[in-house]
Design a protein around this ligand. Structure first.
Ligand SMILES: *[C@@H]1O[C@H](CO)[C@@H](O)[C@H](O)[C@H]1NC(C)=O
Ligand SMILES: *[C@@H]1O[C@H](CO)[C@@H](O)[C@H](O)[C@H]1NC(C)=O
Ligand SMILES: *[C@@H]1O[C@H](CO)[C@@H](O)[C@H](O)[C@H]1NC(C)=O
Ligand SMILES: *[C@@H]1O[C@H](CO)[C@@H](O)[C@H](O)[C@H]1NC(C)=O
Ligand SMILES: *[C@@H]1O[C@H](CO)[C@@H](O)[C@H](O)[C@H]1NC(C)=O
Ligand SMILES: *[C@@H]1O[C@H](CO)[C@@H](O)[C@H](O)[C@H]1NC(C)=O
Length: 627
């Protein structure tokens, strides 16, 4: 029996009222009400010894693979109609898989159960991965006909096997699935026993196509999708961006394009993986370089430019991968977005008249702006996107009437205490953008507008020569597109993140490091195609890693980790999904799921629940180096 304390709801409400109006209380209400209105759960059983899985690198002979997961709301699909599931790809990413994507040809399914090609009610993709051994987290991307449709990362597996499955709604990509093409998955992995990295990723991707029903007709989907990618037939298709030029694609849209939206997928990598913890250049010399602080500040803006004019920006949610900050925090429960990164929308409809002027070629540029000089970023970001177009019946004409894109208002302040003992930095940024055009389409004249109103704050406190850092970041904003009075895109979000990391003992023999992380993802999204959806995810993770003194690479010898997540989803069709889940020391502690979609993504089996103390944690033999 779960007893809910009324105080919890009051607390959640109070926290929201403090958020500066984004998303609106109306958008949040169903999420909070649903979290509160939790059905009574059966008492959690606990695993018997035999069913218990073992932690990484111990010699326990049991072999039940650990179920690892990123919480997601399952796709909404018709009930009671017909469907078909086809296997698209089966591939093991092991030795020699770096920069070697798996590529197979794709053909639309023809069996009558699937529904007519291109008229599906829904399409979902199931990405399922098994991995056994030791491996870092690796980045993956799935492309259909050179359009990126999924950015993922991996689990850090266990010695007895780890399995994770994520299901993603692909209905908006119907025009791609309706045509023969290539399916590419890039999951660059390095298997090298001299580095103790022996785990491959065995990937299975299946697609399920649902025929429409009376109650669930074919939804609105784009008529055309144009990739913003490097189009390589053999190499990963996202752009690698490490300078201010960004990546430019020449595009040619049809004369009858009435609406055009850019979907963006972006992630920081290498010196940009933890961009939100990077230090402003003004203060990077406060501490000796040993602690490895990275410069160019914590603010990042991904920009979309049409013919070199700024059309819109993305201030992304910081996705923390499973090896991020403290790996033991994220196994078996990952951070939000680790296996299915959020994507973002910009309307470029106001630029359609310009994009249709035939006497020159037109471009779309994806660029990342940081806080270095010029203002540069470190190396690097992986960025790609696609243009989703809705066509009308006649040639579209018109003109851009407003392009109010002021400079980014960004301010960096801070200072060190006497003797550079501690450092405080504060970065704030604001951006307002209004783009408007008059369009003449087959439906008549219309004013189309795209607006963004975004606010950012990042405060960081450092001590112990930079080995201890507290970073607190808030990113809130609203992006909207209207055609006449009709709202065609709304993205209202709040992505707070607070990271405490302690590397004080990092360089010591048998030293270690740890962290304590709070991260939320609250977003009400009306995408340009498909139903409105709102998500509220509240996560807390903390953990410690102990290390040996092996020369060269430092090896983790033990670790503890604890992660909790409260997740709420509701959408414009009245579907809901709620989850209250916790993991500790490589074992599941609790997992409760409710809401209308609960059966499509149920809790982990009771046999994997270790009970309140969590699992045994991660430990292995100490390796000794120079003596
Ligand atoms: C996340 O949301 C919870 C509940 O509303 C709140 O208590 C917490 O402070 C938020 N976390 C951050 C990092 O703002
Ligand atoms: C996803 O795919 C895996 C591997 O093919 C399969 O075992 C699993 O049952 C599938 N899950 C769902 C919900 O379809
Ligand atoms: C103290 O920090 C400032 C930058 O904040 C730096 O310029 C200066 O060199 C530092 N002093 C020492 C002794 O490291
Ligand atoms: C393209 O054509 C338009 C209309 O004829 C003209 O105003 C514009 O200057 C031309 N642009 C270029 C680059 O030639
Ligand atoms: C950092 O971690 C070390 C080792 O666990 C501990 O002694 C120290 O108190 C921690 N510092 C802070 C500020 O928590
Ligand atoms: C990790 O191992 C070290 C060295 O044996 C030990 O001092 C430390 O307490 C261990 N930590 C955990 C969390 O087990």
């Amino acid at each position: 029996m779960i007893v809910i304390k009324a105080g919890i709801l009051a607390l959640i409400w109070a926290a929201f009222l403090l958020v500066n109006g984004q998303p609106s209380p109306e958008e949040l209400a169903p999420l909070l009400a649903g979290l509160f209105d939790r059905p009574t759960q059966e008492a959690s059983g606990t695993a018997t010894d035999l069913q218990k899985r073992v932690p990484l690198m111990t010699d326990d002979p049991t072999v039940a693979p650990l179920i690892d997961l990123q919480v997601f709301a399952p796709p909404v699909v018709p009930k009671g109609g017909t469907s078909c599931t086809v296997k698209l790809l089966e591939h093991s990413f092991g030795v020699d898989s770096f920069n070697k994507p798996a590529i197979v040809s794709y053909l639309p399914p023809v069996s009558p159960q699937c529904g007519k090609v291109g008229e599906w009610a829904a399409i979902s993709l199931n990405l399922s991965v098994f991995s056994i051994g030791t491996q870092y987290d690796r980045l993956g991307a799935i492309y259909l006909s050179h359009t990126e449709i999924w950015r993922t990362s991996s689990a850090e597996p266990t010695k007895t096997g780890t399995i994770w499955t994520t299901i993603k709604d692909m209905t908006k990509y119907t025009p791609l699935f309706a045509k023969p093409g290539d399916l590419m998955m890039d999951f660059g992995n390095i298997v090298d026993t001299s580095l103790l990295l022996d785990a491959a990723f065995d990937v299975t991707i299946t697609a399920t196509f649902y025929a429409p029903t009376k109650a669930f007709p074919t939804p609105d989907a784009p008529d055309l999708i144009i990739p913003l990618s490097n189009l390589s037939p053999t190499l990963p298709n996202f752009f690698t961006v490490d300078n201010d030029a960004g990546a430019t694609t020449v595009i040619d849209i049809p004369d009858t394009a009435e609406e055009a939206y850019v979907e963006i997928i972006c992630s920081g990598n290498s010196a940009e993986e933890f961009w939100y913890l990077n230090t402003p250049d003004e203060f990077i010399d406060t501490f000796p370089p040993d602690a490895g602080l990275i410069g160019k500040g914590p603010f990042r803006e991904v920009q979309v430019l049409v013919d070199r004019q700024l059309a819109g920006v993305v201030w992304p949610h910081a996705v923390i991968y499973t090896g991020g900050i403290t790996p033991s925090n994220w196994r078996p429960l990952t951070s939000f977005g680790a296996y299915d990164q959020p994507t973002y929308w910009i309307s470029i409809t106001p630029f359609i008249p310009q994009l249709l002027t035939a006497n020159r070629s037109h471009t779309i540029t994806l660029r990342v702006q940081g806080q270095g000089s010029n203002p540069s970023i470190n190396s690097n970001w992986f960025v790609s996107g696609s243009v989703h177009i809705r066509k009308g019946k006649g040639k579209v004409t018109g003109k851009l009437t407003k392009h109010e894109v002021g400079p980014l208002e960004i301010k960096t302040t801070g200072g060190a205490t006497a003797g550079n003992k501690t450092l405080h930095t504060r970065v704030t940024a604001k951006r307002k953008l209004v783009v408007e055009a008059e369009l003449k389409t087959s439906h008549g004249r219309q004013t189309v507008t795209f607006t963004q109103d975004l606010e950012y704050t990042n405060e960081a406190d450092y001590e112990d020569e930079g080995w201890i850092q507290r970073g607190a970041q808030s990113t809130i904003g609203t992006t909207e597109a209207r055609h006449g009075v009709r709202l065609v895109l709304r993205d209202a979000f709040s992505y707070p993140l607070a990271v405490f990391s302690n590397y004080s003992l990092f360089t010591q023999e048998l030293g270690g490091y740890g962290s304590d992380i709070h991260q939320n993802h609250t977003r009400a999204l009306q995408p340009p195609f498909g139903f409105q959806r709102s998500i509220h995810s509240v996560q807390h993770a903390k953990g410690q890693i102990g290390m040996d003194d092996w020369p060269g690479l430092r090896h983790a010898i033990n670790g503890t980790g604890e992660t909790t997540q409260l997740f709420a989803y509701s959408d414009g069709r009245g579907e809901t999904y709620f989850r209250d889940v916790a993991a500790m020391n490589d074992g599941w502690v609790k997992d409760e799921v409710w809401g209308t979609l609960k059966d499509a993504n149920p809790p982990v089996p009771r046999s994997q629940i270790f009970g309140p103390g969590g699992g045994p944690g991660f430990r292995r033999m100490v390796a000794r180096g120079r003596r």
